[in-house]
Design a protein around this ligand. Structure first.
Ligand code: FE2
Ligand code: FE2
Length: 481
């Protein structure tokens, strides 16, 4: 079988020859009903009978891998797709540097690999759960379709991780696969594994922030796992990254369109000061200071996903050849990191200082730095929209010490500029930096759905181009209740 193309004859589409891998096919078919139950309970609320213009992967060839068509979400073909195997691939880092990549799980690293796959897998259904209410308030059919595209693909990413668990980890892999369907975002008794995936996504601005900042953490993690010496994991993650790009596109362009609309409305109304919140809100658009607060929240929650700056787990995973660095193969060094250091931001005598730490234990910090750089690109685009409209206002990433619950800065308070402050000052000022319940109420008041083709809610601009080059009034979702 050509691994570029996907076999759609089995119940579970795949390019891993499942029809000849009876045991795994059976295990996955056994898991399927539970997945459909989960989708029914925790997937998008409503719209299950609607026809949604979705892309489905039919190949893993980067030159053309998806086709678009109307699909009812429960009939989406969630498949197991791995990027093609690279011939003679070697482990690109760690103690096994240069050795042939593993096609089976090495016994000594089994527990570590399983844990990393479970953590990644847990985030996929979590975001679907977090976003399940948003369909009701979509600002357009275009946005509604994008939400559902992201949701079905996160569902597929869960399948991708479950395949690895069931094929390579025997009985405990199957148990973990069942647990992935049992945990629920925000549940008091069995929450999802990571903090940001238990937060609410109450409105569409949060959704765009989530897909910009939190899906981007996913991108960084997938890039690191795509370097893995365990080849099936590497191939899985490489294909997931092609889908993930769209999720971040939804975030980046979503925020751009909100900023654009706000600037236009301010200009039309002759408002000169973007910080005149009451006046701007009276126009029915989201003021820039509130957008900044949402950004502060989602960026800081996402930074927590990188774990502690200094971490022996991260060092062990690297040494073992299990999890590499962002773009490992493009880095010019020895890829072993035994004798090098990396500057880490730490709290030293009540001050934020850069301290050289062994590069191996500082890998989380390094990945987080790569992430921050990647995040900064969006600021440039959004600020360009603001300055082009003639406004003197800049969206910025808050300091890494701001609003942290994990790592070096979890026990202190800092301003978005990085000045350390005491509890009382934080208590007094935090509603100026993070969304307050009033801010939430205001945004919620704008969230009324627009469902006619080509229509857009007044707080967001239309996109520059349609999905699959469709015209502006294309009916991306044929709503059926
Ligand atoms: Fe994902
Ligand atoms: Fe995603």
């Amino acid at each position: 079988m050509n691994t570029m193309n996907v076999d759609y004859t089995t119940k579970i589409p795949n390019n891993v020859n499942l029809s000849e891998d009876r045991q795994v096919l059976k295990a996955l078919e056994g898991w399927h009903p539970g997945y459909m139950d989960w989708w029914g309970d925790m997937g998008p609320e409503g719209f299950q009978q609607s026809l949604v213009y979705l892309r489905t992967a039919y190949s893993v060839d980067p030159r053309g891998w998806a086709k678009f068509d109307y699909v009812r979400m429960p009939e989406y073909r969630w498949g197991i797709l791995l990027a093609p195997q690279e011939e003679n691939r070697v482990i690109p880092f760690g103690e096994h540097y240069g050795e042939p990549a593993w096609q089976e799980v090495p016994g000594e690293h089994r527990a570590m690999l399983r844990r990393l796959i479970v953590i990644q897998g847990d985030t996929e259904p979590a975001s679907v759960e977090q976003q399940r209410h948003l369909g009701k308030t979509a600002p357009s059919l275009y946005d509604l379709r994008n939400l559902f595209q992201v949701n079905v693909e996160e569902g597929r990413h869960l399948w991708a991780m479950v395949y690895l668990l069931q094929k390579y980890f025997g009985r405990d892999g199957r148990e973990e696969a069942d647990e992935l369907l049992r945990r629920r975002s925000g549940d008091a008794d069995s929450p999802r594994m990571l903090g940001a995936f238990n937060e609410k996504t109450p409105d569409w601005l949060s959704f765009f922030m989530f897909t910009y900042f939190t899906d981007r953490d996913g991108k960084m993690q997938l890039h690191s796992l795509a370097q893995s010496g365990f080849d099936p994991l590497s191939r899985t993650c490489r294909f997931m990254l092609t889908e993930e790009a769209h999720h971040m596109f939804v975030g980046e362009t979503g925020i751009s369109r909100v900023v654009q609309r706000t600037c236009e409305a301010m200009k039309d109304a002759g408002i000169g000061d973007p910080s005149d919140i009451a006046k701007v809100r009276a126009l029915g658009v989201i003021d820039l200071p509130t957008i900044q607060k949402k950004l502060n929240l989602h960026y800081s929650l996402s930074l927590d996903l990188f774990g502690s700056e200094v971490s022996t787990n991260a060092a062990n995973a690297f040494n073992a050849g299990v999890k590499g660095r962002y773009r490992e193969t493009q880095i010019e060094d020895d890829h072993r990191l035994q004798n090098t250091t990396y500057p880490v931001l730490k709290l030293v005598n009540g001050q934020i200082k850069r301290v050289d730490e062994p590069a191996l234990t500082a890998l989380n910090m390094r990945l987080r730095d790569d992430y921050t750089q990647d995040c900064a690109k969006g600021m440039l685009r959004w600020n360009k929209i603001i300055s082009t409209a003639g406004y003197d206002f800049k969206l910025t990433l808050p300091n890494v010490a701001f609003h942290r619950q994990i790592g070096e800065f979890k026990d202190v308070h800092a301003t978005p500029e990085g000045a350390l402050i005491d509890d009382a000052t934080w208590g007094k000022r935090k509603s100026g930096w993070l969304p307050s319940s009033d801010d939430g109420d205001f945004i919620a008041s704008l969230m009324t759905p627009v469902t006619e083709p080509g229509g857009f809610a007044p707080w967001i601009s239309p996109p520059k181009v349609g999905i699959d080059n469709k015209p502006g009034d294309f009916e991306y979702v044929k709503i059926e209740t």
